[in-house]
Design a protein around this ligand. Structure first.
Ligand code: HXC
Ligand code: NAP
Length: 294
């Protein structure tokens, strides 16, 4: 083998390995939106392994059940039905969290909405739905968390899960990309506003992390590429546990002076450019759609 043979970035340590000292989150309460599926569950799992009591908030009973099933072997877990578009449901979820475990020390704003659609095909309600869940819901949860901490005079940490098309735009994802750009920008504002009150605010951006809970829409989109590994500079996709290690670091005592930052965990995929551009393929063609019909 020549020394210039591509080898990619080495694989992650095995599931269950811990990046932080055992007990880092003993006595802490971590509130994860959308923590019953995919990356939210992977993040909640790493906090639980490190001693945290977990609150999972999302809409669907089957996702809340999955959270209870996956997390309760690791520690205490509370699940609360909550649509993050509705501020009063968020307040009720925080009331339930406080009554059971106490005020959450960490908020992971992980819940989001997304489906691929050419911008010209998107209905106003489709746009509103994705922006409402991804951007407004993230703000409403952050607001609830911060108001309770400011009133109590206690510190806290917020992590907003984003996406790299916040910087680049995302053909086929105009709604989600615009919403995630708002989420990233919000991290920077809130970190400054709430830092003086002891609240750290950071962003965490996953690259491509396939998992079994991905919606059919997203899976269908990804299925157009058979071997996703070779499309990444790392020559592999992300492992959900890698996002859990990043999140538990960001909210830990070891990262206290990191605030207003957005950490990208994607093996440099969003920086990828070609020496010479490949031919442009429209989003309609990429999605196998016929001509636009008004
Ligand atoms: C076009 C669509 C659509 C689609 C829904 N709509 N799916 N339009 N293409 N595939 C439209 C509907 O027609 C409707 O508009 C509007 O969106 C709202 O749809 P509802 O089904 O009524 O909304 P709701 O029940 O609130 O569900 C929200 C949802 C759903 C976003 C549509 O998919 C959902 O619950 N998603 C949550 C999980 C999720 O999205 N995970 C992805 C995160 S991954 P009209 O006009 O008909 O009323 C991610 C990054 C991945 O963010 C990046 C990977 C590369
Ligand atoms: P996912 O499995 O589809 O998770 C989305 C979660 O959000 C679900 O648990 C869902 O739970 C919850 N949710 C959606 N709408 C909600 C609402 N209105 N109120 C409360 N909860 C709601 O997706 P994922 O891949 O794990 O994505 C997690 C995060 O990573 C998202 O912010 C996403 O944008 C980001 N991301 C993922 C990738 C990737 O490759 N996977 C890449 C870039 C960014 P309910 O249905 O029960 O409400």
């Amino acid at each position: 083998m020549s020394t210039s043979e591509p080898i990619g970035l080495s694989d992650a340590p095995a599931l269950g390995a811990m990046a932080l000292p055992a007990g880092t989150y003993d006595g802490k309460v971590v509130f994860v939106t959308g923590g019953g599926t995919g990356l939210g569950r992977a993040i909640a799992t790493e906090f639980a392994r490190l001693g945290a009591r977990i609150v999972v908030a999302s809409r669907k009973p089957e996702h809340l059940e999955a959270a209870r099933e996956g997390l309760s072997p690791l520690g205490e877990v509370l699940t609360v039905a909550c649509d993050i578009r509705e501020p009063e449901q968020i307040a009720a979820a925080f009331d339930a969290a406080e009554a059971t475990f106490g005020l959450p020390d960490v908020l992971v704003n992980n819940a989001a909405a997304n489906f691929p659609v050419p911008a010209e095909d998107m209905s106003p309600n489709a746009w509103r739905t994705v922006v409402d869940i991804t951007l407004n819901g993230t703000y409403f949860c952050a607001r609830e968390f911060a108001r309770r901490h400011l009133a109590a005079g206690t510190p806290g940490s917020i992590i907003n899960v984003g996406a790299s098309y916040a910087w680049t735009g995302g053909p086929g994802f105009a709604h989600s990309a615009a919403a995630k750009a708002g989420v990233k920008n919000m991290v920077e504002t809130l970190a400054v506003e709430w830092g003086p009150y002891g609240i750290q605010v950071n962003g965490l951006v996953p690259g491509l992390f396939p998992h079994e809970d991905m919606t059919a829409d997203i899976q269908g989109n990804l299925a157009r590429t058979n071997d996703k590994d070779v499309c990444q500079p790392a020559l592999r996709v992300g492992r959900p546990r890698e996002l859990g290690w990043a999140a538990t670091f960001l909210a830990s005592p070891y990262a206290r002076f990191i605030s207003g930052h957005t950490l990208v965990v994607d093996g440099a995929n969003w920086q990828r450019r070609s020496l010479t551009n490949p031919p442009v393929v429209t989003v309609r063609d990429q999605m196998g759609k016929g001509p636009f019909e008004p």
